[in-house]
Design a protein around this ligand. Sequence first.
Ligand code: HEC
Ligand code: HEC
Length: 268
Amino acid sequence: MKLIQILVGTLVVIATVAALLIAGLGEPVRMAETERAQQARSIQTGASVYETYCTGCHGLKGEGIPTVAPALNSPQFFTQRLKEIGYTGSLRSFIESTVAAGRPSNTQYSAKMPTWSQQFGGPLRPDQVRDVTSFILNWEKTAGTQPLPTPGPTATPLPSTASPEEQGKAVFLADKTACKACHTIDTEPSAKGLVGPNLTHIGTEAGTLVAGQSAGDYIRASIVNPNAFIAPKCPTGPCTANVMPPTFGQQLSQQELDNLVAYLLSLK
Ligand code: HEC
Ligand code: HEC
């Protein structure tokens, strides 16, 4: 009886040690698998962040829009960009910090890269900044090997005999303002941005948002001083400050601004 107990006891110990050993050996494999799965999830989540916030300026597939914003899905971006500007960190940290903090206005592009992370007043959480970065980095393998959409033709300026509303609409739809990259107007096929409020009925809504401010004054203030009043409702939740570029007051002529206000006022 004693002997059997000892035997069983020994077998149990051997089995336990063997099980622990096998589990231990499998650990690195499992960790690598978990990491791969996490990476795949991050890229997937990043794709939807990109679609909502970035396509308007950088294009559906990262092809860029000439004069508006640079291509990100290009071999130059992956192999030359860091050298060009003398950045010594990793490409991941370059992308993450650019997305998080944005870029001040520049002379090469008409649009301004907004500040995106909550840390700097934008709409994205740190994990969303990391995810959209994973999504962009995932282009590296195929950059330059796949045909990308060619950006559509830029709107041609209207003759000055057009009505102020029509001229204002042309300003709104022009690549140089990128209004359409961030705002949707239901009746405008090219204005399908999901970053800022839907402006389909702004002519009516504008008069109801700030006590004592007429619709026209509200719209004008929203364009030249976007942080003075933060609109309540954006497509993905409450709007945040520092996303709409604050530079349109300098960028647009008085005439363009007047026409733009006239156009938005006409959207009832
Ligand atoms: C309103 C237009 C606009 C939107 C929307 C926008 N960007 Fe940008 N982005 C720009 C412009 C313009 C630049 C170039 C700025 C410069 O060179 O000074 C830029 C630069 C960048 C760069 C650096 C590229 C380089 O070669 O240096 C990255 C990375 C980037 N954007 C990622 C994003 C991501 C990710 C999103 C979405 C979360 C986004 N951008 C949304 C306009 C935009
Ligand atoms: C990079 C994205 C972006 C661009 C480009 C942009 N906007 Fe905006 N816009 C926003 C966001 C986000 C808000 C909401 C936060 C706020 O009120 O500042 C907003 C708010 C507005 C509002 C107030 C809407 C409301 O419901 O109260 C108006 C009007 C407006 N934008 C017009 C324009 C016009 C006109 C242009 C082009 C000259 C433009 N925007 C370019 C992101 C953008």
